[in-house]
Design a protein around this ligand. Structure first.
Ligand SMILES: [Zn+2]
Length: 78
């Protein structure tokens, strides 16, 4: 398993792509993907970096807004 990056020895994360059979392994530090055989596939693109950044941002804001009165509102629905 290409769990550790060959270049920086950092942890890689499996990223699934729609239509791809196997996940690719991302090193966030080196910004590249390796396949299941630990072979270099391609760079992590600027677009993907940006998307990932937004995803994390949304995730964090979801967590912080968890205490919105969503449940209270539901009690008024009949
Ligand atoms: Zn690396």
């Amino acid at each position: 398993m290409p769990l550790l990056c060959k270049e920086c020895n950092g942890r890689r994360f499996p990223i699934a792509f729609p239509g791809e059979r196997d996940a690719l392994w991302l090193c966030e530090k080196c910004k590249n993907f390796a396949n299941i055989k630990d072979e270099f596939i391609r760079e992590w693109t600027e677009k993907e970096i940006e998307e990932n950044r937004l995803k994390l941002k949304n995730f964090n804001s979801d967590v912080t807004t968890e205490k919105t009165p969503e449940i209270k509102r539901r009690s008024g629905v009949n």
